[in-house]
Design a protein around this ligand. Structure first.
Ligand code: ADP
Ligand code: MG
Length: 226
């Protein structure tokens, strides 16, 4: 038993740090809350790596451009999934695992649950295949805690449209039909039901500051002391 544990530590299959991901439908406030949470964690003295998907590395940012470009409307969902997974593999191996191995905290704006929700439930691709591709890309690295910001598809879309009118990016995924976004949200709810210990659900319709206070309270109770 002790030998097996030592071997696991040597192989680095369970990093020392703490890995937090934020998930939820488009417009729920992930990017806003990621920045606030990272500020709070740093103020507490944590060594934080803030990252996002797709992207987060030089190679991953190039893949992100391909994924988000409005020119790429003919992209097949299978292509989409492999591109997300390619970006994720690079991010995990180049940045996330090394940071966790140093004992740091990683906060990622989306991770593989997005693939399961968007490609699995949204596009209705084979979930078992997606789980296998995901496990290969990440080497099996799971978040310690996933914060789910819940909002209706309609409200999420309204927020993204308002933001786009004010000059924010309107990308290829934003252009999918409302039905697709409804399936994504229902998919997230299934993922949460299947693994309730890893997820905490928040009402993302509340004001930014109130939501941030709830998130900080949950993280403060779980993240190890710096
Ligand atoms: N709690 C909130 N209430 C109202 N608007 C919000 C809230 N959180 C974020 N927004 C706004 O909604 C839009 C989408 O937020 P963003 O953080 O980019 O969401 P996501 O990254 O989940 O798509 C932005 O214009 C943002 O300013
Ligand atoms: Mg965002």
């Amino acid at each position: 038993m002790a030998g097996a544990l030592r071997l696991q530590l040597l192989l680095g299959s369970r990093p020392l740090g703490y890995f937090i991901t934020l998930e939820g439908p488009d417009g729920c406030g992930k990017t806003t809350q990621t920045a606030l949470l990272v500020d709070w964690l740093r103020a507490q003295g944590h060594d934080v790596l803030q990252t996002r998907e797709p992207g987060g590395t030089s190679i991953g940012d190039q893949v992100r451009e391909v994924l988000h470009s409005l020119r790429n409307t003919e992209m097949h969902p299978r292509t989409e999934i492999l591109l997300y997974s390619a970006s994720r593999a690079q991010l995990v191996h180049e940045r996330i695992r090394p940071h966790l191995a140093r004992g740091g905290v990683v906060v990622s704006d989306r991770y593989y649950d997005s693939t399961l929700a968007y490609q699995g439930y949204g596009h209705q691709l084979d979930l078992d295949a997606l789980q296998q591709i995901t496990a290969f890309a990440t080497g099996g690295l799971k978040p310690d805690l996933t914060l789910y910001l819940d909002i209706s598809a309609e409200e999420g879309l309204k927020r993204r449209q308002r933001a786009a009118q004010a000059g924010a990016e309107w990308n290829r995924l934003d252009a999918y039909a409302l039905d697709f976004h409804r399936r994504v949200r229902a998919g997230y709810h299934e993922l949460i039901a299947a693994e309730p210990a890893r997820w905490v659900v928040f009402d993302a319709a509340q004001p930014v500051d109130a939501l941030c206070a709830e998130i900080v309270a949950v993280v403060a109770a779980r993240v190890p002391q710096p």
